[in-house]
Design a protein around this ligand. Structure first.
Ligand SMILES: Cc1cc2nc3c(=O)[nH]c(=O)nc-3n(C[C@H](O)[C@H](O)[C@H](O)COP(=O)(O)OP(=O)(O)OC[C@H]3O[C@@H](n4cnc5c(N)ncnc54)[C@H](O)[C@@H]3O)c2cc1C
Ligand code: FES
Length: 263
């Protein structure tokens, strides 16, 4: 029987170096995570961390990992053929069925494109849903643009706004914070729109404010929170804020249900 506590060894079949510090690992895996869910990834003797699932398919998943600390730096040195240990998937997913008859705007900052990538891929795989999808991405600089080739492909299908924080000689696209481009997102019918916003807390707060100023209501905005977690199962209390366990009540929350989580 499947035990949610027990990590399972999964073989790495492919590694893509996305940026200086971010890598996408493809792993053999039979799990079928929903959009926005995460897994607990570990290397025995080194550590464990929650990581969003950035790609799924028949018999495989993808994880995009930023090498920032103990475990993630160790993972970044792994090679194809080695194994990572996975338990999950965990957490509340984006309610993609609810978005089906609406325009969906996905706004993501930096490596937060990872947790929304499967949602975007599934929307763009369907002609009708693609026609009602808008993308808005903000990155620090040209070097930190994640999934560059894939974003180029998405931009051929749907309105895709990509901005970097400051002008750079290797960049001839938009500049400025993501908040300053919200006004340009094409929203045909305000009442029939949902907005997914994922990124650092400050980005989610001020990007939401820009959508509010366009007439979007709290109930139309969906956020995903990356709080410090340990068990991922609602048992240890590491992620508890007031009465919410971010690992099981989230990481995806509707804005009006997450007011106590917004810094
Ligand atoms: C739901 C969810 C989804 C996530 N998805 C992803 C993902 O897709 N990709 C990804 O790369 N990351 C993701 N993360 C973040 C990832 O889990 C963390 O960065 C994790 O801490 C990495 O583990 P580590 O052992 O490598 O780093 P750690 O050693 O835990 O360090 C991580 C960072 O925190 C700092 N830090 C360490 N200890 C402390 C402390 N005590 N107080 C303050 N700061 C400290 C370090 O300096 C470093 O910058 C996700 C987190 C959550 C909750
Ligand atoms: S991480 Fe243990 S309760 Fe949420």
């Amino acid at each position: 029987m499947n035990n949610a506590w027990v990590p399972v060894a999964n073989r790495i079949t492919d590694i893509i170096k996305e940026t200086d510090v971010e890598y996408t690992f493809t792993l053999e895996s039979s799990i079928r995570p929903d959009h926005g869910q995460f897994v607990e990834v570990s290397i025995p003797g080194i550590g464990e961390a929650p990581i969003s699932v950035s790609g799924t398919g028949d018999g495989w998943i993808q994880l995009t990992i930023r090498a920032v600390g103990h475990l993630t730096c160790a993972i970044s040195t792994c090679k194809v053929g080695e194994q990572l240990f996975i338990r999950g998937p965990y957490g509340v997913a984006f309610p993609s069925a609810l978005y089906e008859n609406a325009t969906l705007v996905v706004a993501a900052g930096g490596c937060a494109v990872a947790p929304v990538r499967t949602l975007i891929r599934s929307r763009l795989a369907d002609k009708k849903l693609a026609a009602n999808t808008r993308l808005l991405f903000g990155f620090k600089n040209p070097e930190s643009v994640l999934y560059k080739d894939e974003i180029d492909e998405w931009s051929k299908l749907v309105q895709t706004i990509v901005t970097i924080d400051k002008e750079a000689c290797s960049w001839n696209g938009r500049t400025g914070l993501i908040t300053s481009h919200v006004a340009d997102v094409d929203i045909p019918d305000l009442s029939q729109t949902h907005v997914v916003i994922v990124g650092p807390p400050v980005m989610m707060k001020y990007t939401s404010a820009q959508f509010f100023s366009r007439g979007i209501k709290q109930e139309q905005i969906w956020l995903s929170f990356e709080r410090r977690m340990a068990c991922g199962l609602g048992k240890c209390g590491h992620c508890k804020i007031d009465n919410s366990y971010v690992c099981v009540d989230g990481p995806v929350f509707r804005y009006d249900k997450a007011l106590h989580l917004i810094d």
